[in-house]
Design a protein around this ligand. Structure first.
Ligand SMILES: Nc1ncnc2c1ncn2[C@@H]1O[C@H](COP(=O)(O)OP(=O)(O)OP(=O)(O)O)[C@@H](O)[C@H]1O
Ligand SMILES: [Mg+2]
Length: 275
């Protein structure tokens, strides 16, 4: 029961996971264990990156923390509330933008407020503030297909910010962007993060991205995903990503990940080979 477990976590933390596991299709022949025994504490305002081989359960853990899926083991809290359903305090941004093409930019940004029953005037005001923060106020009345990929992801960030979340969950949000745009988006995200005071949980495959962004990097094992290690990055910001220290961190993270990526590939090959 949660009351027995409650004394083990600090209620001030933005996210607390204790013994969290997820088996998809649990109890059926197709049962598939994605995550096991995740213990994690995320402080308010912290920037944490999830790094791990494909299929190790990074997205699954974000969905559990978002409250979109139920854990099959353990418990999750956010600011002392048990996570049992989605909340506007925890916004999830997906890899592919999920903007509604038939709505304008400002209507997309304020969509969550519309569900809450906010007036058109209030929605437009909140959307304008959020779009100002992502540098897209001029695009307010455009539609998503008039924007570049980077701009669309900035609109997705604005939509998440409009709900004033305390926790921003980002699932490879910049993966579809070219390298130059991605670097710009990382700088932009760091600015937004500093201003918002929110905790960010950010999934990536890119070690460079982890070094650019993270206060701490959570490195996952291959499936079922467990935490292999939590790697703190103490480099001052703004970071010089070409420094010797940054290079050392990149090498260490690459080594931590290599065995897990090999194991994940072996499993996926076995899965793909007909018996
Ligand atoms: N809805 C689902 N139903 C059943 N199995 C799922 C579901 N979603 C994910 N899985 C499985 O759970 C495991 C973890 O998937 P998940 O998408 O969390 O991995 P990931 O670490 O995000 O991978 P990637 O880096 O490729 O995005 C995988 O083996 C995947 O096939
Ligand atoms: Mg994923």
């Amino acid at each position: 029961m949660s009351s027995e477990i409650a004394p083990h976590f600090s209620s001030k933390d933005a996210v607390v996971c204790r013994g969290v596991g997820k088996t998809w299709a649990a109890g059926t022949k197709r049962a598939h264990e994605a995550l096991r025994d995740i213990d994690l504490d995320i402080k308010p305002g912290e920037f944490v990156v999830f790094l791990g081989p494909s299929g190790c359960g990074k997205s699954t853990l974000l969905y559990l923390i978002a409250g979109l899926e139920d854990a099959t083991g353990g418990q999750i809290w956010s600011f002392s509330d048990k996570v049992e359903m989605p909340s506007p305090e925890r916004s999830l941004i997906f890899q592919e933008t999920s903007l509604f093409p038939w709505l304008t930019v400002w209507q997309n940004v304020s969509f969550g407020l519309a569900i809450r029953g906010a007036s058109q005037e209030e929605r437009r005001k909140v959307a304008a503030e959020a779009l100002q923060r992502v540098g897209l106020i001029a695009a307010m009345d455009k539609r998503p297909d008039e924007l570049s990929g980077g701009m669309r992801q900035r609109v997705a960030v604005a939509r998440a910010l409009a709900m004033r979340p305390k926790v921003l969950l980002m699932d490879e949000p910049f993966a579809a962007l070219d390298v130059q745009t991605r670097a710009r988006m990382q700088d932009f995200l760091l600015d937004v993060w500093r201003d918002s005071g929110a905790s960010v949980l950010f999934v990536t495959h890119h070690i460079d991205e982890a070094v650019a962004l993270a206060d701490r990097v959570v490195v996952f094992t291959s499936r079922p995903g467990r935490i292999k290690t939590i790697y703190p990055i103490d480099l001052p910001r703004p970071r010089n990503l070409f420094s010797r220290e940054a290079e050392t961190i990149r090498i260490q993270l690459t080594e931590l990940l290599r065995d897990e990526v090999d194991r994940a590939f072996a499993e996926q090959e076995a899965f793909a080979t007909p018996a």
